[in-house]
Structure formats: C-alpha cells, structure tokens
Write a protein that binds this ligand. Sequence first.
Ligand SMILES: Nc1ncnc2c1ncn2[C@@H]1O[C@H](COP(=O)(O)OP(=O)(O)O)[C@@H](O)[C@H]1O
Ligand SMILES: [Mg+2]
Length: 227
Amino acid sequence: MLDLEHVTKSYRLPGNEFVDVLSIESFRMDAGERVALIGPSGSGKSTLLNIIAGIIRPTAGTIRILEQQLDQLPEPELDRFRARHIGYVFQSFNLLPGFTALENVLAAMRFGGIVPRREQRKRASELLTQVGLEHRLHHKPSQLSSGEQQRVSIARALANRPSLVLADEPTASLDVHHASQVFSLLVEVCRANGAALLLCTHDLELAGRLERIVNLRDISDAGKEVG
Ligand SMILES: Nc1ncnc2c1ncn2[C@@H]1O[C@H](COP(=O)(O)OP(=O)(O)O)[C@@H](O)[C@H]1O
Ligand SMILES: [Mg+2]
C-alpha cells in the first residue's frame, strides 16, 4: 500500500547551500502492517513522514500510496488525498485549542468528506470511546492531560478511515507510564480500524512492540551518510 523508490531530500539553506538529509533506496509497507521507524535525532525521520504525507515534496524519487503516485497530484488534490487516506499523529498533538475533543475529531471529518454528515457525530464519539475518552467529549485541550490530548489526536487521525496512520514520536512528550498506555492504544486503534501504522520513535523498547522495526540507516543508499 506504500512504496518508496529512490527518494531523496535536500533542504536549501540561506546562501544557496544545500543539506542532504535523506536518501532512501526503497521502502514498502503492506496494507494493515505496523512498522516502527527508528534512527537517531536528526536522521530524517520527520522529514520522511512529511514526505509520505505529501506535506513536503521530495527532491527526487517516487512515492506511491494505494497505487497513487503523489507527485502526479496537484496541491489541492494532494490535500484531499491526504485527508482521505492518511491520519497523522504529531508529537505535540496539534489540536485546535478552541474546540472540544468531539469538535476536533468532527473538524477532521468535515474536511475529509468521507464520512456521511449524519454519521459524523456518532463516529466521532465512537472513536473517542475507543480511546477511553467517552467522559471527556466536551473538554477542550487545555482541560485535558497530555495523555488525554494525545488520545484525542489518535481519534482524530482515524476520523476518515485512513489506510495509513503516520505517527511522529507520538509518545515522546508523555511520561513513561502514559507513553506506554498511549502507545498500546494507538496500535490497538489502528488494528481495530484496519489502518497500517508507520511510527517514528527513538524508544527501542516501544519500537520492539511492533511487528517490524526499520532502521532508517538500513533503507538508505549504501555509502551515503544519513544524519
Ligand atoms: N526546513 C529545514 N531546512 C533545513 N534543514 C532542515 C529542515 N528541516 C529539517 N532539517 C534538517 O534535516 C535533518 C533531519 O531532520 P528531521 O527530519 O527533523 O530528523 P528527525 O525527525 O530524525 O530528528 C536535521 O539535520 C535537520 O536539521
Ligand atoms: Mg523528528
């Protein structure tokens, strides 16, 4: 369902200098697969997730998701494609501060346009129930603990029945106990909803809970230094 070939990324620095951060030879994921992507800080994990999400364009190479080649989509269609097929869980949650938990999930559904309008409220509360927040539907982010905020963002990531969930160090801002709980929940909710999961982490213990661990170094072009 995900297929990367010869994907590179160089960032342009002020003064016309370039910094090469990624050079992936090939990387694939099957439907429903759960993969931990590991690599030290600065090795390009976030860059890779953002490229897969179509948030940033690669310098070269092809990315196919569900047979769709991302570079063939113009910007507005890319936004729609992402909203429909990809869920994103950020390290820092990125919830809308003025909206309740329920409204945060609903906002993602309205933008996605996949779930019929009359089913949206029901699905949003079901997802929040799946993450254990049935008693917090009408709380705003500032009224929730960090672990609860991340659970809202997991529910939001699943809003449009995505085929792929990307999670960028989703538990890094939680304490050890909550990190472990939220991690299990994320894996379970993806499984229950039939979504593949690609999760970046530098926590090897958490990574070890997924079926497959991929070291960024091992999928990078031989001889090229990453990070
Ligand atoms: N917009 C940018 N412009 C220039 N360099 C960047 C930019 N974003 C990230 N980098 C550099 O790319 C490298 C990889 O960053 P990142 O993908 O965030 O790594 P990771 O998530 O593994 O810590 C780092 O060296 C970082 O400084
Ligand atoms: Mg990162």
